[in-house]
Ligand binder design. Structure first.
Ligand SMILES: [Zn+2]
Length: 367
């Protein structure tokens, strides 16, 4: 449990303290409200609500909205309260029917801090998740630790740190887009930190272990645990009639996340998803996918992680740091980051480093 807690706190400290980089965001997009969202219809009565720049700081989940005869089912309601409120405004623009169920795909809080807002707007709403997701949220004191600190001090200290970073970037002659991203983060600190102070943990009301099917008139909505992947309790939402799948962070584009993950089982889950023969895949972050090209790339990457970690251990590497040093994944850099140095940094710190740790841990636990 200690290991899980350490992993969680590491992820969260990175999620909310380290700058996140937009994927080549045109500067104009930074003028938009940070939590603004756009809605795309992907099938009759099925919508995806996402941010115009998915990796703008702080990252917030894609939201899937399924409008039924009498109610609405939502997959991953939203992140921080202002994001969730904007999503709810969009849902109300789409339909006057109430949201009755929110499926929470996994524990990362940028996928579930918005539940409190839903409970205000839709008092009857129920939140469902895998049992492991609820457990992970319960064992995590991230929010409490943040809220125990004085908000203004936290803002002031962060601003000093980020501004120093900006000066350094300027001195180093970093590209204009990189400076624009850092300035965007500095501009957002007071709003984002205040929003964190208003957030509450998004625990589920009901949990399951394997599968739940929701029947709504002609429509069936399958909520399935396909195995451990990005987290211990990832679930996918599958619409068999429309052939649409929402994956949570089992799939994230352009660069995946790899904290507390199980790469070998993750490959099996991805193969299962692929075999469903979807027409649209909605990832946890990034654009909707209508083919399997990115899925195939992800499978190739995770297989490489597993094989190379095993090779390093077989060659005598006996602790996690040595293994991390020995496993080289740089042949994937260009294919995931397109050579963008900021995405490369993200790929290194959010995926490569933690995922090799996960592969090593799974290997040693299996012995
Ligand atoms: Zn996420």
């Amino acid at each position: 449990m200690k290991k899980i807690a350490a992993c969680i706190s590491l992820l969260l400290s990175i999620l909310f303290i380290t700058p996140l980089w937009a994927n080549d965001a045109p500067a104009d997009l930074y003028k938009l409200d940070r939590f603004s969202v756009v809605t795309t219809k992907i099938a009759d009565d099925v919508y995806v609500i996402m941010r115009p720049v998915s990796h703008r700081w702080p990252v917030q989940t894609n939201v899937i909205v399924i409008v039924n005869e009498k109610d609405v089912v939502v997959v991953d309601g939203g992140g921080l309260p202002p994001h969730a409120e904007n999503v709810i405004s969009e849902i109300k623009r789409l339909t006057s029917k109430p949201v009755s169920v929110i499926v929470n795909t996994h524990w990362h809080q940028d996928h579930n801090w918005g539940h409190a807002a839903y409970r205000r707007h839709y008092p009857e709403v129920r939140v469902i998740s895998h049992e492991e997701t609820r457990k992970a949220l319960l064992s995590n004191n991230f929010l409490k630790n943040l809220q125990d600190q004085d908000l203004q001090t936290r803002i002031d200290e962060s601003l000093v740190r980020f501004k120093e970073g900006l000066v350094e970037e300027e001195e180093n002659g970093e590209p204009a887009e990189s400076l624009a991203r850092t300035r965007d983060i500095i501009a957002g600190v007071p709003q984002v930190y205040a929003a964190q102070n208003e957030a509450t943990d998004g625990l589920a009301d009901e949990t399951f272990l394997d599968k739940v099917s929701l029947y709504r008139g002609e429509r069936r909505i399958d909520v399935m645990f396909l195995g451990r992947a990005n987290t211990n309790g990832d679930v996918v939402v599958w619409l068999p009639e429309e052939k649409i799948i929402a994956t949570g962070d089992i799939v994230v584009r352009p660069t995946p996340y790899g904290f507390g993950s199980h790469p070998k089982e993750w490959v099996e889950v991805l193969n299962h998803i692929k075999a469903l023969d979807y027409v649209a895949l909605v990832p946890g972050h990034g654009e909707v996918q209508t083919d399997t090209a990115y899925l195939d790339l992800l499978i190739e990457l995770l297989n490489a992680v597993v094989e190379r970690t095993k090779a390093a251990v077989d060659a005598g590497a006996a602790d996690m740091d040595v293994v991390r040093e020995a496993v080289d994944l740089s042949d994937f850099d260009e294919r995931f980051t397109g050579g963008d140095p900021l995405l490369e940094a993200l790929f290194n710190s959010w995926f490569k480093r933690p995922i090799v740790g996960g592969a090593y841990q799974d290997l040693t636990e299996a012995e």
